[in-house]
Design a binder for this molecule. Structure first.
Ligand code: WQD
Length: 338
């Protein structure tokens, strides 16, 4: 079964390509390398033990995308390809709206034209903003987005809903990821932030290895037990497996179908807990300092994951310590090719 994975050389995409191949699917990667590296393709092939078809193509290029639909007998799509830097989206909103929305519209047009019916869409817990009730479940109304990036995920979900309402014969699941971290346990693939990382875990591992001098912890005056923000950190391999489950579930669906599913662990951990756990698994003392809050951060968010378990039969298996140990092992190998 051929599955097109857009953004398949990126952080979550590459792990999902591995998970798909392990479950007997044939992933086909399309990636424009705007925030990924070509050598990841060989690493994926090393893990799964076979070659993977790859197109260096931009999802915004409708003609080039159409060629991929013509050349392959696609039976499903997992759409990761998108820009994801919150701060950059505030500075360059049009870049985000153009890239993240046109690529989705192109895919939906081609899916209808070539009768490819199954789609798994990458969404985010960012659609909830600061939810009043925690853990947050899928029926929680979305709040106005904090950033153009977040808005592209909300609008993306609305586009999907409208297309399904138009009686398009499409079956769609939008997965709302919480905070993906970690790396493949082989340390052959992982997160490759360009420049200074925005996210906590790559900043931690780069500090531990000496690439950054000190970790800035944004705020210690939040109304949480230790004063730092709380997030639901999910191992990227668990997240990857959720995509395979979503695709398998969609195979059982017909007609016009859409659903939204949280993918997290169900457990919240504070920034300080992440630092302490990292110190335990790495055996390294992490230099850090408290600095003022980062604008746009919500105080606490973690997932109600009962729907994922009930609908998809999926549940996170790996712990925070597993994820941090894998992220650390990956960081230590990155040096060999940078
Ligand atoms: C986690 C916590 C920071 C860096 C973002 C996107 C979201 C999603 C995942 C993505 C916060 C604190 C961080 C640092 C710190 N989608 N922190 N020092 O903001 O929860 O989610 O990534 O593609 O949409 O917004 O993740 O890892 O940036 O931050 O203290 O150097 O760590 O303040 O409390 P976030 P994060």
């Amino acid at each position: 079964m051929q599955i097109l994975v857009t953004g398949g050389l990126g952080f979550i995409g590459s792990h999902t390509v591995v998970a798909l191949a392990e479950q007997g699917f044939t992933p086909i990667i399309v990636d424009n390398l705007s925030n990924s590296e070509f050598f990841i393709k060989e690493r994926i092939e090393q893990i799964i033990g076979k070659a993977v078809k790859f197109y260096e193509t931009d999802c915004n290029d409708l003609q080039a995308m159409e060629k991929i639909f013509q050349e392959n007998a696609l039976q499903g799509i997992i759409h990761f390809a998108a820009y994801k830097a919150v701060g950059e989206s505030v500075a360059e909103p049009l870049k985000y709206y153009e890239n993240n929305l046109f690529s989705l519209i192109n895919l939906l047009k081609l899916m209808q034209k070539y009768a490819v019916q199954k789609l798994v869409f990458s969404s985010s817990c960012t659609v909830y903003g600061q939810a009043e009730k925690l853990p947050v479940d899928e029926s929680t109304p979305t709040l106005p987005a904090f950033s153009p990036y977040g808005n592209t995920k909300q609008i993306g979900e609305e586009i999907l809903q409208d297309v399904v309402r138009s009686n398009a014969d499409l079956q769609i699941i939008s997965l709302r990821y919480f905070n993906p971290i970690g790396a493949h346990p082989s340390a052959l693939i992982g997160e490759l932030p360009r420049g200074v990382p925005n996210n906590l875990v790559p900043y931690i591992t780069q500090t531990a290895i000496g690439k950054r001098s000190i970790l800035n912890v944004f705020g210690n005056d939040y109304p949480t037990p230790d004063g730092t923000c709380i997030r639901d950190f999910i191992h990227v391999c668990d997240l990857a497996e959720a995509h395979v489950k979503a695709l398998e579930f969609l195979q059982q669906q017909n007609g016009s179908f859409i659903d939204f599913i949280n993918i997290g662990t169900g457990k919240g951990n504070s920034v300080l807990e992440v630092i302490k756990t990292f110190e335990q698994v790495s055996g390294k003392k992490l230099p850090y300092q408290f600095v003022p809050r980062r604008s746009g951060d919500v105080t606490a968010i973690y997932a109600d994951v009962s729907k994922a378990e009930k609908v998809l039969g999926w549940k996170a298996k790996r712990t925070l310590a597993d994820a941090l140990a894998d992220a650390w092992r990956w960081e230590q190998t990155i040096r060999t090719y940078q």
